[in-house]
Design a protein around this ligand. Structure first.
Ligand code: NAD
Length: 397
């Protein structure tokens, strides 16, 4: 079939297999252009490995450290006449490249929050890898079913205690307008913590350790975001920020447990990038459009893979000391948060409107990056050519 983008609000309901594979190959080429990471992990479990930061967290250990990887995600396969999701095709591209380099790369498609999937992962590690020496937790989900009770929780992106009004861009229509978000209820806060907080990460590490499939000295990392003050009401001080505080508390507990065998747990605060998760956050796409223009001009712009390369090469491995803040979080958002960058972004933020959106920000690049998430607009891909939406993965069934 000929595959074209079909955008509905902040999602694209189609994805291009060759475009997604080409994107992955580009990220792999970047990692291969960097010096290899010495002392890196050799057997890595990546939870949320199909898109965004999780995909990069699979690419970097594989191609910078020569690691075998087991990936977990929740994606849709393609079928005759209907495309699958981007993460499915990204994984097909990743598996092909990893196997070409002689690396183990298998995947599990299912609900990472469930006990059933945890048991399958443990059985697969036992059978194929013995143990894992790194676990990357990069799930971003709108809902979670608690496996112990069957209750379904939904996350939301809302301020706490106050109504928040701020500039926002309608990314489909390129219109800058004010958006007003009413504060979350106590129940919405609690549900968001349940979905995006640290409970499931801790359950994963406990289950892996109990089953004896976590190597001594293993490292585990989960991701967070802080960002500029202008987004704090809806991010850092909002419902998702509460979930990230919970993630940090879980990190402290996990780190305490792993310390007994020389293991480590970190929360890494990453920079704002265009992903399926970040495009759903109000206000953030406009901020990203302004930020990217400034960081590109300074030569400090990074995407997911550049960020994770820096996380592995300069913080976690190679004998490096992690760049920690006062509360013990790794900060690879350091270039985004530099005073001069934030001052320049704030100045533009005051002036930006629909009329000057493309002049004052990198909105065109934002839209292009968004389409690339789904494999569209990638150099060297023939979008007029027939493409088979059915692609096989090396899945553990
Ligand atoms: P993303 O949407 O690109 O990726 C989410 C991943 O989770 C995908 O692999 C998806 O398949 C998987 N997933 C979702 N629900 C699942 C389920 N029930 N079972 C199994 N897999 C499931 O998201 P992202 O932006 O890369 O976010 C990953 C992490 O990075 C989050 O913790 C996020 O807060 C953090 N982060 C993101 C940004 C950003 O700007 N995007 C910045 C800093 C930190």
């Amino acid at each position: 079939m000929i595959i074209q983008p079909k955008i509905r609000g902040f999602i694209c309901t189609t994805a291009h297999p060759e475009g997604c594979a080409a994107n992955v190959r580009e990220q792999i080429a970047y990692v291969k252009s960097q010096p290899p990471v010495t002392g890196g992990p050799k057997k890595v479990l990546v939870l949320g490995s199909s898109t965004g930061y999780g995909l990069s967290s699979r690419i970097v250990p594989a191609f910078a450290c020569g690691a075998d990887t087991l990936g977990v995600f929740f994606e849709k396969p393609g079928q005759e006449g209907r495309t699958g999701s981007a993460g499915w095709y990204n994984t097909a591209g990743f598996e092909a490249a990893a196997k070409a380099d002689g690396l183990y790369a298998r995947s599990l498609n299912g609900d990472a929050f469930s006990d059933e999937l945890k048991a399958k992962v443990i059985a697969t590690i036992k059978a194929d890898l013995g143990q894992v020496d790194a676990v990357i937790y990069s799930l971003a989900s709108p809902r979670r079913t608690d496996p112990k009770t069957g209750a379904v929780y939904k996350s939301c992106l809302k301020p706490i205690g106050q109504t928040y009004t701020a500039k926002n861009v309608n990314t489909d229509k390129a219109l800058v307008d004010d958006i007003t978000i009413e504060p979350a209820t106590e129940e919405e806060i609690a549900e968001t913590v349940k979905v995006m907080g640290g409970e499931d990460w801790e359950w994963w590490i406990d289950a892996l350790a109990e089953a004896g499939v976590l190597a001594d000295g293993a490292t585990t990392v989960a991701y967070s975001y802080i960002g500029p003050e202008l987004t704090w009401p809806v991010y850092k001080d909002g419902t998702i920020g509460r979930a990230k505080i919970d993630l940090e508390q879980a990190c402290a507990r996990i780190g305490g447990k792993l310390a007994a065998t020389g293991g480590r747990a970190f929360v890494s605060v990453n920079k704002a990038v265009v992903t399926q998760a970040s495009s759903a956050i109000p206000v953030v796409p406009l901020y990203i459009s302004i930020l990217f223009k400034d960081m590109k001009a300074r030569g400090t712009h990074e995407g997911c893979t550049e960020q994770i390369q820096r996380l592995f090469a300069e913080n976690l491995y190679g004998g490096k000391t992690p760049n920690l803040d006062a509360t013990g979080r790794i900060r690879i958002d350091d270039w985004e948060m530099r005073d001069e960058v934030q001052a320049a972004v704030s100045e533009i933020w005051e002036k930006i409107n629909t009329g000057n959106l493309r002049e004052l920000s990198d909105f065109d690049a934002y839209q292009a990056d968004f389409l690339r998430l789904f494999g569209f607009g990638v150099d060297g891909v023939d979008y007029e050519a027939e493409s088979d939406p059915v692609r096989e993965l090396d899945l553990v069934e």
